[in-house]
Design a protein around this ligand. Sequence first.
Ligand SMILES: *Cc1c(COP(=O)(O)O)cnc(C)c1O
Length: 437
Amino acid sequence: MIDLKVSNTPELWQQYDRKHIWHPYTSMLDPLPAYTVSSAQGVCLQLGDGRELIDGMSSWWTAIHGYNHPRLNAAIKEQLNSMAHVMFGGLTHQPAIGLAERLIELTADPLQHVFFCDSGSVSVEVAIKMAIQYWFAKGKTNKQRLLTVRGGYHGDTFGAMSVCDPVNGMHQMFTGVLAQHLFAPKPQRDDGTWDDRWIKEFKDLLANNRDEIAAVIVEPIVQGAGGMNIYNAEYLRQFRHLCDENDVLLIFDEIATGFGRTGKLFAYEHADVVPDILCLGKAMTAGYMTLAATLTSTKVAQGISADGSGVLMHGPTFMGNPLACRVGVESIDLLLESPWQQQVLAIEKQLLQELEPCKDLPVVADVRSIGAIGVVETTIPVKMPWMQERFVENGVWIRPFGKLVYIMPPYIIEPEQLSKLTGAIYKVLEEWSERVA
Ligand SMILES: *Cc1c(COP(=O)(O)O)cnc(C)c1O
């Protein structure tokens, strides 16, 4: 235990935290409560007050194998004993090479080159840079804009934020600072049907602005933090076809969906199309270390350097951090050795079955799921922190936002544990229905 100078009671720690430390998307004036976690094991979080919660969030899509995994722990300890970090400029090491090798093998054939960076947002910045530099090297210096769809989320740094949904992403506050990109309508929620009219506006925007557009960027199949929207794979085939037709690169942001979450190793496999640039992060290190990667094809990688002097202008201090890469290697090996497909499929089936009854609750607008992702959309914004507290009192960790109560548990979750999550969702939404009635 760290000896805290604040004073020795959990109440005072929490007060200190509340007064001095920012949590994600919170106010310093009136922050939502933050629960102290003392340890985590398997799919459970242990709170400072001794309560144990079943984790429905995988710590924001990351902890796919659960917490405190002996093999991941051993890998990182072994790496620590040889070196925690060395700069990547002019130096290289086995953990980075091993991870690159795995990423290249697992992803589609054309993706042959890897850029390692610190976080998902940075991998999106790098993807945008790659696309712009690619066209710059070809002499197409006007191709600097991006086309995306509404309802997306790509991170919180400025470049990434500029392609987030303009409303959810609070562009209003930053107009004048943010690059002005193009937005096509949000993809329709998948109901198994397809209508060519859904792609019309995207098609026109692309064709009319092709001389200015460097790339299209989207989250394949599932739009995550922008609204947990699950859409038809036909969109991706159309995106690919239209990008080719208009000389525009295609970037897939698989930071949330990668490594099995949607039932395929990568969500683009649902459509059988390949992007020019692919962003990976989150589950890549199983929730142990912050690390992301941007992969691209030989065409793009060599194109960037084609004008003779073109180097990719990025180089984070902690690029290719050995501890992070080593745990990434172990996590991928662990995933491939596990029956992850059956696990995710079983979670999907159970989510469909057990969340279905929520549809009858008056506060529920929609229930949907794909792979190990279950979403209940409400008719009005959820009531935090009441709902947060009720979930904790029911022994689960579920953190809703906006009109979304959603879970994406670790793949190793047992059916009874998953039932506890879905049961708590039903129960809390039922209570809330009564309160707002
Ligand atoms: C989380 C996320 C990001 C940003 O990743 P960070 O590691 O938080 O910077 C980008 N894109 C998608 C789709 C994400 O889910």
